[in-house]
Design a binder for this molecule. Sequence first.
Ligand code: ADP
Ligand code: ADP
Length: 239
Amino acid sequence: SWPIRLDRVSVTYPNGTVALKDVSLSIDAGEMVSVVGLSGSGKSTLIRTINGIVPATSGTVTVGHHDVTALRGKRLRELRGHIGMIFQGFNLAERVDVYHNVLVGRVSHTSTLRSFFGIASSYDRELALRTLESVGLLEKMWMRAGALSGGQKQRVAIARALTQEPSVMLADEPVASLDPPTAHSVMHALERVNAESGLTVLVNLHLMDLARQYTTRMIGIRAGEIVHDGPAGAATDAD
Ligand code: ADP
Ligand code: ADP
């Protein structure tokens, strides 16, 4: 589990949009943090700057002891291998069973073809089963991913990210497209990941209720600036 640090980070897109303004943030290893803000406030940009997809225009981003802003090419790809990513869309192979979707998370460690055709090492197999167990989907492992509900799909995506054995987990609006009960099952799975493995989790949410209920620290973002940072349980709508 790794810490995440942003030191005076600003991001201006090529078209001139300023998406982050002088953001400084320090997240300790093992924290469960939410970033809450309206659409367009800069949440995705924050996550994409942490994993190096979007370059910081100024400032420094550190993940573990790696300076993301100084890495390029192969080194950056290696670092991304340590960052588990969850998106609003699940990006599963719909016609493939849950188990093999999860094994694909081992791609950065083993041969793609080998894992995809199910010739996984016993270590990979055990890891896949363990992650499926931790998101509560062990009994669905032989179902086609396409037959699952949205919440189950997102939990498969979480299990897949976990088989990468990441040091931090970044989730960009993982429940935005889900109905409330389903959203809760996904947030519960993320909470469990954090509690059981001590993995640093940063999750973008647009609903403060979920942030309060499932994370311990809530960061509020508005127009690219941090406008709140404190214990999630204590946050009120006035923040
Ligand atoms: P979000 O759900 O984070 O608000 P959007 O749905 O607005 O994102 O945007 C989807 C995609 O379009 C993203 O990949 C984002 O980078 C890109 N995008 C958003 N706004 C702009 C813009 N003003 N110019 C170019 N690309 C944009
Ligand atoms: P959020 O995730 O909170 O919806 P984003 O980080 O996607 O916010 O967007 C922050 C701002 O940056 C918005 O004004 C958005 O339109 C803009 N933006 C996002 N992606 C791009 C892009 N690729 N090019 C230009 N502008 C973008």
